[in-house]
Design a protein around this ligand. Structure first.
Ligand code: G1P
Length: 564
């Protein structure tokens, strides 16, 4: 075997204009990475170059992903480039798989300067699906806007990248591998790890595992159905919920990560996790949960498939926060939600006199507040919720939070939800997604809409549908000033707020891989009518939203691709 030091090469390249690190990193169809020369290399080099050389040299970086097609190929390139860029140690999930919350946990635990996460979250996988590359920084959370902008700037002028093409890593075998390079850097090490134990340990310090075990496998235990949707959450669900907390093995399904997620979209909502909802309909299970492809998102269902909307989920957790021992110790510093998320959480914040922050979508905004000690619990309507134990949304954490509430209150999901609405009233919420819209059409629509809604005459305008009358109270393009570092983030969605507090919000998704996705978020508050059908309740506002935007006319669509 040749044991001479590995060669480090500098390879000339040409920039691409479109390598923007959005709220979910850089997401493209797999074939973009396969066919555009050095597309992957350019972006990885831009990430490494965004880190000051003094910080990078000898540093630790985490790498892992959701197990989708092309991840391992990409990881092998990342290893070769990390070595050539002076990184001292890479810690990688076995087979390249690690859930996003576990990566966040491990970045913090290993004092890494950051992590590269190979995930396109809820977007489809397989050879015809998407690929995503996300950079998380030393706090364990997604790159801030400033770091994302720096990466983008570098990618637009990049001329070369560094790589060790001869370095062949074994991603399958647990343990340490050491490589000698011909440059002056110390030996480069790669550690292949099983992150489940570290992550489980974190959760053990947050929740009362004995109480959870009693709930899930004690004498009068509840029965649960957990669907990992063939994503990265599977191994964690198996080992923590089944192995340690005693759920029967057959209560956890789709726990083997697959490169194409079994042909399904790993998006935990009623459309893509329909199998879970179906299996719960007959009342066999008391509690159900589905997890997103990289284990960050979650959907909670009660008996007979009772749906808990994500906006309600975080509000319920907030109202019962002291059922979670971690918060008994840390206290509660603040609550936060993304702007499109319904205001259910605001009502809890008001009642408990806890500060409430309203941020743009994307966990990086929450991370900034958490780092400053201002935030303990947050959530997004996009099926994300989490605490300040890490800096990512955390599906398993949210499920254990719900189970902790059930264990403490000895109530069903249905009773907990009903009680919540009785106490606070109900925020009905829905989101319409129009996917794969031509980008120019979508941008023009948003530009025209902004002109319409920000015109002075728009405020006080009335819209009548059937017997409902709505008067505009406020309309704007949402912008956010981070209370910690005063950075301003603009163009985060067009808001129409009516005098009764109902809202219509229009926004372009920042994470889609194909064309543009126009999202319309609709919510309204009801104090008395608590058990109505969400779509029926929000139908008048949906009609108004489509009328103002002329969305169907402009796009030729007759309805949304997805309703959540
Ligand atoms: C979506 C969600 C947002 C989440 C982000 C990253 O972004 O809406 O809440 O933080 O994914 O998971 P969007 O596609 O809407 O820009």
């Amino acid at each position: 075997m040749d044991d001479s030091p590995l060669q480090v090469l500098t390879v000339a390249t040409a920039p691409y204009p479109d390598q923007r690190h959005g709220s979910g990193g850089l997401r493209r169809m797999v074939n973009v990475f396969q066919t555009r020369k050095h597309y992957l290399h350019n972006f990885i080099q831009s990430i490494f170059s965004s880190i000051d050389l003094r910080d990078r040299q000898g540093s630790t970086v985490m790498v892992g992903g959701d197990g989708r097609f092309f991840n391992q190929t990409a990881i092998r390139v990342i290893v070769q480039m990390a070595a050539a860029n002076g990184v001292g140690r890479l810690v990688i999930g076995q087979h390249g798989i690690m859930s996003t919350p576990a990566i966040s946990c491990m970045i913090r635990k290993c004092k890494a300067i950051g992590g590269i996460i190979l995930t396109a979250s809820h977007d489809p996988g397989g050879p015809n699906g998407g690929l995503g590359i996300k950079f998380n920084t030393a706090n364990g959370g997604p790159a801030s806007e400033a770091v994302a902008n720096k990466i983008h700037q570098i990618s637009r002028t990049i001329e070369e990248f560094a790589i060790c093409p001869g370095l062949q890593v074994d991603l399958m075998t647990l343990g340490r591998q050491t490589f000698d390079l011909e440059n002056k850097f110390k030996p480069f090490t790669v550690e292949i790890v099983d992150s489940v134990e570290s992550y489980a340990n974190l959760l053990r310090n947050i929740f009362d595992f004995a109480a959870l075990k009693e709930l899930l496998s004690g004498e009068s235990h509840i029965s649960v159905r957990l669907d990992a949707m063939h994503g990265a959450a599977g191994p964690y669900v198996r080992r923590i919920l089944c192995g340690e907390l005693g759920c029967p093995a057959n209560s956890a399904v789709n726990c083997v990560p697959l490169e194409d997620f079994g042909g399904q979209r790993p998006d935990p909502n009623l459309t893509y996790a329909a199998d879970l909802a179906d299996s719960m309909r007959d009342g066999q299970f008391d509690f159900g949960a589905a997890f997103g492809g990289d284990g960050d998102r979650h959907m909670v269902l009660g008996k007979h498939g009772l749906y808990v909307s994500p906006s309600d989920s975080v509000a319920v957790i907030a109202d019962n926060i002291f059922c979670i021992p971690y918060f008994q110790h840390t206290g509660v510093r603040g609550f936060a939600r993304s702007m499109p998320t319904s205001a259910a959480l605001d009502r809890v914040a008001k009642a408990t006199k806890i500060e409430l922050y309203e941020t743009p979508p994307g966990w990086n905004f929450f991370g900034s507040l958490m780092d400053a000690g201002k935030l303990s619990l947050c959530g997004e309507e996009s099926f994300g919720a989490g605490g300040d134990h890490i800096r990512e949304t955390d599906g398993l954490w949210a499920v254990l939070a719900w189970l902790s509430i059930m264990a403490t209150r000895r109530q069903s999901v249905q009773d907990i939800l009903k009680d919540h609405w009785l106490k606070y009233g109900r925020n009905y919420f829905t989101r319409y997604d129009y996917e794969s819209i031509d980008i120019d059409t979508a941008c023009e629509m948003m530009e025209d809409l902004e002109i319409i809604i920000t015109d002075k005459s728009f405020v006080k305008q009335r819209f009548a549908v059937e017997d409902k009358l709505y008067q505009v109270e406020k309309a704007d393009s949402f912008e956010y000033t981070d209370p910690v570092n005063s950075s301003l983030t603009r163009n985060q969605g067009l808001r129409i707020i009516f005098s009764d507090g109902s809202r219509i919000i229009y926004r372009l998704s920042g994470t889609r891989i194909n064309g543009a996705t126009v999202q319309i978020y609709i919510d309204s508050y009801e104090k008395e009518r608590l058990s109505e059908d969400t779509q029926v309740m929000l139908a008048p506002l949906a009609t108004i939203a489509l009328k103002i935007s002329k969305l169907h006319h402009r796009t030729g669509r007759s309805g949304p691709s997805l309703i959540t």
